[in-house]
Design a protein around this ligand. Sequence first.
Ligand SMILES: O=P(O)(O)OC[C@H]1O[C@H](OP(=O)(O)OP(=O)(O)O)[C@H](O)[C@@H]1O
Ligand SMILES: NC(=O)CC[C@H](N)C(=O)O
Ligand SMILES: [Mg+2]
Length: 508
Amino acid sequence: MCGIAGIFAYSPVNQSLYDALTVLQHRGQDAAGIVTEKDGDFFLRKSNGLVKDVFRTRHMTRLAGNMGIAHVRYPTAGTSSSAESQPFYVNSPYGIVLAHNGNLTNAHGLSKSLYQSDLRHTNTTSDSEVLLNVFAHELQVQGKLQPNEEDIFAAVTGVHNRCRGAYAVVAMISSHGMVAFRDCFGIRPIVYGERKNQEGKTEYMFASESVALDALGFKRVRELDPGEAMYVDNKGILHSKVCAKFASLRPCIFEHVYFARPDSIIDGISVYKARLRMGETLADKILKLRPEHEIDVVMPIPDTSRTSALQLANRLGVKYREGFIKNRYIGRTFIMPGQQLRKKSVKQKLNPIGLEFKGKNVLLVDDSIVRGTTCQEIIQMARDAGAKKVFFASAAPAVRYPNVYGIDMPSASELIAHGKTEKEIEEVIGCDWLVYQDLEDLISCVQVDGNTAQEFDCSVFNGKYITGDVDEAYFAQLELNRADGNKKKKLDASYDGMMAIHNDNSTE
Ligand SMILES: O=P(O)(O)OC[C@H]1O[C@H](OP(=O)(O)OP(=O)(O)O)[C@H](O)[C@@H]1O
Ligand SMILES: NC(=O)CC[C@H](N)C(=O)O
Ligand SMILES: [Mg+2]
């Protein structure tokens, strides 16, 4: 679940893009990059690492120009080589750079057709480089020296015709303008906003989440519609068009469960309020199943479950306590690469306050259970801290199926709930009882008045893949390429020598 941002302004955008990335850091911790454009030239800095580590003052001062795009990466395809960090660049036609959140499900076939039919070479295993080249080819075939908005929209139509899967994109065409587009199901979020500069001119921003617009003083206007493209030309005029014959909004429900920040609005819905409702429906289920629940205290597993846990405790009429303190210098563990690192980080990240546990029946609440890394550690910690009984509640239903749309959950066998009943999961994670949110309840928490989406991608919960192109062969290939044990082998195959485009790697 990467984070993307793009700003079209009338003064330098380097610092604003940096600030936007820090606000979107929770969406990707592996790599970061910014490209700016000035007088037809691009300036790029990207590398592996957190935003604060990738950009030094020397890099920032060289990112010149009033228009730019930026990316924080959480890999779901290819490798974690720095050559696959984003944005990507292609020189023909015009010079184009692109940043992508999502995952293409037909990248392999596309990369073949790019080579065999379009005579284009991609140098990495990234699906985002494939996406960029498809867009570039579709723009090239318009055959214009000076493309206008209709040419850009025709190119995006070409992308929709060829690409399958999830993509929210910001791109820049050198000397021409900035483009943003969203796949035909709107699986990944992308929102746009406007602000006026001192001379009253309108500046534009695109971002994965509205919280990035808030931080930079842009007013959220709306999400891009599924299949829609927006183009800000070099005169600062915004054009937009739905570039797909078939488009229907089915955003990923997991954004509301875990990925997005609670202070974001997605498809018209406050993530914070959706999470409060998740706490209420979960409390109702507990009261129905276990009216004599014996819970003395409700505790969140920081950070994401805080909102739901608070409301769950209110509804149950039970005390809410912070039993685990989070080390604020450790990032999100679920999006870390590799199980060993994730496991070690949970221990470093959360520490119990003993007196909150001693002799009590504790209900631990998390937003979701995926690999089970967090809950297994935490339940043991609660017992070690003296809890009498440990119950566990998940604000999301059981995650039983891989994700193919931008969350790195490639292998069913890595998911703790795959092929298990709730009773079996309870035994494996070691709690006294376990309760999951029902899928209908989760949907009802998000499907409320004001939401422009009425249906959702719930594939990790129900195994229904809305793009209709995901089969057993695809999963087998995905497992081979991306299951934890196989990722390292790919990196070892000397990916560090992979050619990247010119990048600001200066040390002074
Ligand atoms: O079952 P698992 O594989 O452990 O995955 C689920 C856990 O991972 C996430 O936390 P994370 O530490 O990534 O982020 P957070 O601090 O935002 O809660 C999520 O909030 C759950 O706690
Ligand atoms: N999480 C994402 O959106 C990943 C984007 C892209 N598939 C990559 O791996 O870089
Ligand atoms: Mg968590």
